[in-house]
Design a protein around this ligand. Structure first.
Ligand SMILES: Nc1nc2c(ncn2[C@@H]2O[C@H](COP(=O)(O)OP(=O)(O)OP(=O)(O)O)[C@@H](O)[C@H]2O)c(=O)[nH]1
Ligand SMILES: [Mg+2]
Length: 370
């Protein structure tokens, strides 16, 4: 298996983005900045970055031969030991690049899956991440073994490599089925817990990773879930009642953050966690207004929300970290109230709370709450 990234604290990584097709170079460069933050969140040090423009990816190496050699030399100079591509690589490309550069080569999806794997704490999160990893790996097993079968089995011959590939694929499929069954069981438990909350007004905090969702969750519910200045601190959803004034009537869920190019295997396997969001009565879309790319991140959040069936749920725009950007003045979105807050400085919270309580009070399923 290739999923070994992120276990060591001493990775020195070179990042590569490819602007091809209709992709704009500036957008690729921006995405590479985010990849750098992901790499740093995984404990790696970024030692170099390059964006290459090409009409289309190279079938064998993804990027041009010249750049491959340039990266090899750059890494040799600083004892770098890893290259991370911003786009998914085929198994063959990954292998060819590893041979040509002589270090580990991974892509953004493997990096994200690995961060999730190291951060997953609860049984459900662990199962979900493992499932996503296996589903990402399964189609890639083929490429890894073509090499082996060519070397030992010969063209056309049903060599030992192929047999091994079949065994491996079967093993992975059996494991995938097993994980899915276990997750289903957990899903049933979750559904029972949800049923108990049916009469409550459910508010879910959503938004880009590192926007401050958990910090705001803690302020609103007087809780102490983990927060940190890194990507994907939260993987499991936590649900708590609002603290003062309205005991037991309004519940909040803190959830996993979103990001550009979230591997679809992750969205798929985190669906049960994300159902928390899809079943909410109100969403607080938390936006980091100190992030220059906030507009794009916000659009990405809306995209994922639609993908998980939460696109029609009423929402509030909560611009957080206003202490870091006091001049911030967003263009209003029609029909969507917005709030400028600082979760760490606890400013703007009262107005936000008042709006949530007002919404809860008028919600139909809330009127006859005992
Ligand atoms: N300056 C400032 N920093 C904040 C504010 N709110 C949160 N932060 C910081 O932003 C970082 C991320 O906060 P979290 O609450 O962990 O963010 P999150 O959205 O839950 O992130 P993930 O769980 O990783 O998706 C932490 O270092 C917080 O201290 C704020 O109002 N102002
Ligand atoms: Mg969090």
């Amino acid at each position: 298996m290739v999923l070994t990234y992120g276990k060591s604290q001493t990775e020195k990584a070179f990042l590569v983005g490819l602007a091809h097709g209709s992709a704009r170079r500036a957008d690729v460069a921006e995405s590479l900045e985010e990849l750098a933050r992901l790499a740093e969140s995984a404990g790696a040090k970024v030692v170099g970055k390059r964006v290459q423009s090409r009409p289309r990816p190279d079938a064998a190496l993804f990027i041009g031969k010249g750049l491959v050699e340039e990266i090899r030399l750059a890494l040799a100079e600083c004892q770098g030991n890893c290259v991370i591509f911003d786009d998914p690589l085929s198994a063959a490309q990954q292998r060819n690049l590893e041979e040509a550069i002589g270090v580990k080569v991974i892509d953004r999806n493997i990096l994200i899956l690995d961060i999730f794997a190291t951060r997953a704490r609860t049984a459900a999160a662990r199962l979900q991440v493992e499932l996503a990893q296996l589903e990402y790996t399964l189609p890639r097993l083929a490429g890894a073994w073509v090499h082996f079968s060519k070397q030992y089995g010969g063209i056309g011959a049903k060599g030992p490599g192929e047999t091994q590939l079949e065994i491996d694929r079967r093993r992975v499929r059996i494991k995938i089925e097993y994980l899915k069954k276990k997750l289903e069981k957990l899903g049933v438990q979750r559904a029972t817990q949800r049923k108990a909350r049916q009469r409550l007004f459910k508010v879910a905090l959503v938004g880009y990773t590192n926007a401050g969702k958990s910090t705001l969750f803690n302020v609103l519910t007087k809780s102490e879930v983990g927060t940190a200045n890194q990507l994907f601190t939260t993987l499991d959803s936590t649900t708590r009642a609002m603290s003062a004034g309205y005991p037991g009537q309004v519940v909040f869920s803190d959830t996993v953050g979103f990001i550009h190019k979230l591997p679809h295997q992750l969205v798929e396997s985190f669906k049960s966690t994300l159902e928390e969001v899809a079943l909410a009565d109100l969403l607080l879309q938390v936006i980091d207004c100190s992030d220059p790319g906030w507009e794009k991140s916000s659009a990405q959040t809306r995209k994922v929300l639609i993908e998980i069936g939460a696109g029609d749920i009423p929402y509030l725009l909560v611009y957080n970290k206003v202490d870091s950007n006091p001049e911030f003045d967003p263009v209003p979105v029609s029909g969507v109230p917005s709030f400028l807050i600082s979760a760490t400085k606890k400013t703007g919270i009262a107005a936000l709370k008042a709006e949530i309580v007002a919404r809860a009070a008028t919600a139909a399923n809330f009127v006859d709450y005992p």
